[in-house]
Structure formats: structure tokens, C-alpha cells
Design a protein around this ligand. Structure first.
Ligand SMILES: NC(=O)c1ccc[n+]([C@@H]2O[C@H](COP(=O)([O-])OP(=O)(O)OC[C@H]3O[C@@H](n4cnc5c(N)ncnc54)[C@H](O)[C@@H]3O)[C@@H](O)[C@H]2O)c1
Ligand SMILES: O=C(O)CC[C@@H](O)C(=O)O
Length: 526
């Protein structure tokens, strides 16, 4: 009988499902060392946010087939290490949506009516009514940052409470926002006009410290901020400072830069702040939903069936998966690359399957390309199951073309995406040992392996330009791992592709754009 380790508290209903097919051991207070020591005995691991599944744990898990996260965020799992070892990572992208949205509304109301402090006061044998005169949310403006699953439900409830709605989400169309009753605006407009600002975005390089001193300076002195998304989107030091100085009126925070929250200035503030210990998903219903969702997937994978919500490996029959896996990785990488080159909202994606690929079953490859395209916006919430639905809901038109006569590689994939900010295309292929190569960018021929951090420039093909970029990057201590130029005609336009060791800060990108001959420059993190 297979063995499953449950290393965080999980609803009993999940354990009952697992017990139908496996021996289940619940051990919720393991140290890191103890986990590494015993993991080799187990075929599956089921966790919440408490267990950190590091590369070390994955290396030690020689029998592991699946890791199940009872919740959305897989930020506590080294998904890359798991994928490398062929371990399926599954989550429950929707099981706690309502719980997190309702917690957001509860936080907004608690903050507006000072409920936590009033409660503490009565429990302290006082009858103080003067200190707790609150404000109404009716007819106030709510600014929703991130109009995905949770943001949409929050907006719907807030509308029913009589609030006016603004939203910022660069990956959502105006039509979609209108359907939800929101006016889509630029982030600065939302900061300036909103009475309440609620965050429902993933934590990414772009969203880290999105709310800092500069953003707060744009807000009304009566503004209140709610964060039930991810810690680190708000700069906590700047928030504490702003609340102390009365630059904004309040904040309600469920998630923190470091959890559990340690020493923090936020703890010393008064009725203007409401703090909860990451309780967004903590309802009986949500815990049952995520436990069932993930336990069923673990059961299925242990029985040799596909998982319905895999973050890293699609739910295909194992033989078909084995055959398609390299092409799926190619499609996902190219989708991610072209999505970031276009930037912002994508309106259409053309997927060209060429050579041997044109004769293959295309649907999984199309899905993998969409998953890659959306992964910058949706992170781990997009998977092989929901990628097509997410693309449809975002109004992305998908066009598929096939040409078996193209013989430049055994099979190649050409993706061309059009968005609100522009249009770009990439082509890629697999080398003999299934290594991915990007073979063209905007139809300029190149031959580069994808790298975690990359810089692309479109420039005039003229002497000195490569040297200028090289010395500029050197001046900012950016290390170049490789560099290649592609051009169609001599002294026409050209593209330069650089693999770099670290992410490129925005201000250096701005400097690059100012170099003579550079027409445009983009950074990408894959
Ligand atoms: N507090 C909790 O316990 C709890 C529970 C569940 C989810 N969450 C968190 O809530 C957040 C939202 O979850 P969801 O299920 O709604 O996710 P989702 O993927 O459905 O929606 C996220 C939205 O953010 C948008 N987005 C991405 N980058 C953006 C940016 N830079 N600016 C503006 N919008 C951007 C995306 O287009 C998408 O529409 C996530 O961070 C998730 O981890 C917290
Ligand atoms: O309570 C939890 O397990 C965390 C919930 C939430 O942050 C998630 O990512 O699903």
C-alpha cells in the first residue's frame, strides 16, 4: 500500500479520502531535519502553508510521486526541483476563494467600525462609545488591485453594499471589468481616488512593495488599505510610518512580509490597524474544500490517473505525457517569453505548429503555451486545467495554424502575441537532447537557450552599440552570461539577446533605452 505523509493540519475529510488507497501518517510538528530523514518512506506529501518543501526535502524523497498543497500558494514548495524529478505538484486554486473574499470584506468593516478595539474595550469592563465612531462604506470608492477570482468576488459584494468600484489589473479587458461593475483605471488614479484600497494580486518581483512610501503619498489622508493577498506587497515599515504620521486613515492586514509576524511596529499601532494571522482561508468550508480537492488528486495520482489541477505537469496519460513533455516545456517557455515581451493585456495569441509538431496532438501544446502566457500575471494559479478558461475569460483570441512542410528543425513552435502595448513573436525548437532553443525573436534569427533573466534590445545594426550596452551593464555591475545578435539585413534593424545573472532593475533598463541606436529594450524573467 502506498504511504502518504500529512505534515500540516488538514481537514479530516481529506485524510478519509487518502485512507481509501494509502496508509496515511499525520505528523504535524516535524522539524526540517526530521522531515528530510523520513520523507524517503513516502509516495505522497500533503501540506498547507506550514511545511517548507525545499530542494533538500525533494532530493531526499526518493519515492515521492506527488506533493499536494491544500490551498492556492505553492510558494513554500520548490516547484522547479519537483518538476526536475518528475514529481507532480497539485494545489486547489479555487477552494478558498470565497473565504479569502469574505475575510477581506470582514476586515474592511472591522476597520471602518473599529470593531476589534471596541470589543477589547468592552471585555476590559469599559463602556466607551465616544472613541469608536466609525465611517460607512456606502457610496465610498473601493479600489480593487487585481481583478481575479478573489478580487472579483470582493467587488461584487462591495457593489451590493453600495460602493463605487475602481480596479487596476493590466491583464484584464475593460469589457470584463465592466461586467463586474468596475471602472478600469491606472494604478495612480486608483491610489488618488479610492477611499478603500484592497489588494488581490500575486506577490511577484513587480508587486513586491507596490504599496510603499511613494504610493501612500498619492493616497487620500482618509484612505484605508486592506491586504488579504500576500505579505511583502506592502512595505510594512513604510505603512507603519504612514499610519503613525496620519498620512492615511487605516490598514487591515492578514498577510505579512515574514510569517509568523515577529517584532513589528504594526503591533504598536491603535484602532487604525486591524491584524489577523493569515486567516483568509480559515473557514470550515474552505478547509474542507481544499482538503477534498487535493486529497482526491493525490488518490488519483497514486492510482495511476492524471491530476486535475497540477501546477507543473499536465493531467495526461503517462505514456502521452512522456512523449509530449519536452514540447510542453518548449510551449510554456515561449508563451511566458512572448507574454512578457508584449507586456500587459494580451488580445490574441497565434500558435504556429511547424514540422513534426504540426502532426502531433496540438491541444496540450496550445494549453501549455497559454499557461506560459498567463503565468506572469497569475503565477501558480494558472495550471494545465484552467489555462484555456482563464484565457477565454480574459478575452484572449487563440488562433492555431499548422505547417508540416517547415523542415528547419524536427518540430518548431512559433508564437505571435498582440496586446494593448504592442505585438511580438518568438519561435523555438528542441535540439537533439530535448534542449530548448529560442530560434527567432520578432522574426530576427537567433539561437539562444532560455535563461532565468534575459535582456532583449531592438536596435539599429551599427558599430559600437554592443560595446555601449556591455559597458553600461558593467558600470551597473550586471554580469552577462551570454550575448547574441540577430539581423535580417546588414545595417538594418537587429535584436540583441543577453542572458544575465540577476534581474535587471527598471532604472537600468531606462538607461539602456537612452543609448543611441536602441529602439526598445525589454527584460524577461523565466
Ligand atoms: N489570505 C489568504 O489566506 C489567501 C487565501 C487565498 C488566496 N490568497 C492570495 O490572494 C491573491 C489573489 O488570489 P486569486 O485567487 O484571486 O488569484 P487570481 O490569479 O485569480 O487573480 C490575481 C489577479 O491579479 C492580476 N495581476 C497580476 N499581476 C498584477 C499586477 N502587477 N497588478 C495588478 N493586477 C495584477 C491578475 O491578472 C489576476 O487577475 C493571491 O496573492 C493569493 O495567493 C490569500
Ligand atoms: O491557510 C493556508 O493554508 C494559506 C491560505 C492561502 O494563503 C493560500 O495560498 O491558499
Amino acid at each position: 500500500m502506498p504511504k502518504v505523509l500529512v505534515s500540516d493540519p488538514i481537514d479530516q475529510v481529506g485524510i478519509d479520502i487518502l485512507s481509501q488507497v494509502a496508509q496515511v501518517d499525520v505528523k504535524t510538528d516535524l522539524t526540517r531535519e526530521q522531515l528530510v530523514e523520513i520523507i524517503s518512506e513516502y509516495d505522497a506529501l500533503m501540506i498547507r502553508s506550514g511545511t517548507r518543501v525545499t530542494q533538500e526535502v525533494i532530493e531526499a524523497g526518493t519515492q515521492l510521486k506527488i506533493i499536494g498543497r491544500a490551498g492556492v500558494g505553492v510558494d513554500n514548495v520548490d516547484v522547479t526541483a519537483a518538476t526536475r524529478k518528475g514529481i507532480v505538484v497539485v494545489n486547489s486554486p479555487e477552494g478558498n476563494t470565497i473565504a479569502a473574499a469574505e475575510h477581506t470584506i470582514a476586515m474592511m468593516m472591522a476597520l471602518s467600525r473599529y470593531i476589534p478595539d471596541a470589543n477589547q474595550s468592552v471585555k476590559g469592563n469599559k463602556w466607551d462609545r465616544k472613541s469608536f465612531t466609525g465611517v460607512e462604506v456606502y457610496k465610498k470608492t473601493l479600489g480593487v488591485v487585481g481583478l481575479g477570482k478573489i478580487g472579483t468576488h470582493v467587488a461584487t459584494v462591495a457593489k451590493a453594499m453600495g460602493m463605487k468600484l475602481l480596479a487596476f489589473d493590466p491583464f484584464i479587458s475593460h469589457e470584463r471589468a465592466e461586467q463586474i461593475g468596475c471602472r478600469l483605471v491606472e494604478l495612480d488614479v486608483l491610489f488618488q481616488q479610492a477611499d478603500y484600497i484592497t489588494l488581490h494580486i500575486p506577490k511577484t518581483a513587480e508587486t513586491t512593495h507596490l504599496i510603499g512610501a511613494a504610493a501612500i503619498a498619492k493616497m487620500k489622508p482618509t484612505a484605508r488599505i486592506i491586504n488579504c493577498a500576500r505579505g511583502g506587497i506592502i512595505d510594512e515599515a513604510a505603512l507603519a510610518e504612514a499610519l503613525k504620521a496620519g498620512k492615511i486613515a487605516g490598514a487591515a492586514i492578514d498577510v505579512f512580509e515574514s510569517e509568523p509576524l515577529g517584532e513589528s511596529d504594526l503591533r504598536s499601532l491603535g484602532r487604525e490597524i486591524v491584524l489577523t494571522p493569515h486567516l483568509g482561508a480559515s473557514t470550515e468550508e474552505a478547509q474542507a474544500n481544499v482538503a477534498i480537492d487535493v486529497a482526491e488528486q493525490i488518490r488519483d495520482v497514486l492510482l495511476g490517473l492524471p491530476a486535475r489541477s497540477a501546477v507543473n505537469i499536465p493531467g495526461l496519460r503517462p505514456d502521452l505525457l512522456e512523449q509530449l513533455k519536452p514540447y510542453l516545456q518548449l510551449a510554456e517557455t515561449l508563451g511566458n517569453l512572448v507574454g512578457q515581451l508584449v507586456g500587459g493585456r494580451v488580445e490574441s495569441l497565434n500558435i504556429g505548429l511547424r514540422g513534426e509538431l504540426a502532426t502531433n496532438q496540438s491541444q496540450p501544446i496550445v494549453v501549455a503555451a497559454l499557461k506560459g502566457l498567463l503565468s506572469h500575471a497569475l503565477q501558480e494559479r494558472v495550471n494545465y486545467v484552467n489555462a484555456s478558461i482563464e484565457a477565454k475569460e480574459r478575452g484572449i483570441r487563440v488562433i492555431e495554424t499548422r505547417d508540416a512542410s517547415v523542415k528547419d528543425y524536427t518540430g518548431s513552435l512559433h508564437l505571435s502575441a498582440k496586446g494593448a502595448l504592442g505585438e511580438h513573436s518568438v519561435t523555438g525548437a528542441l535540439l537533439g537532447d530535448n534542449e530548448i532553443r529560442v530560434t527567432s525573436i520578432d522574426d530576427f534569427p537567433v539561437n539562444v537557450p532560455p535563461n532565468r533573466h534575459m535582456l532583449f534590445t531592438l536596435h539599429r545594426d551599427m558599430p559600437g552599440i554592443i560595446g555601449n550596452i556591455g559597458s553600461l551593464l558593467g558600470r551597473f555591475n550586471v554580469n552577462i552570461a551570454s550575448m547574441q545578435v540577430g539581423r535580417k539585413i546588414v545595417r538594418g534593424d537587429a535584436v540583441m539577446v543577453l542572458s544575465i545573472d540577476d534581474p535587471l532593475p527598471e532604472d537600468i533598463l531606462d538607461e539602456i533605452k537612452k543609448v543611441s541606436g536602441i529602439r526598445d529594450a525589454y527584460t524577461v524573467t523565466l
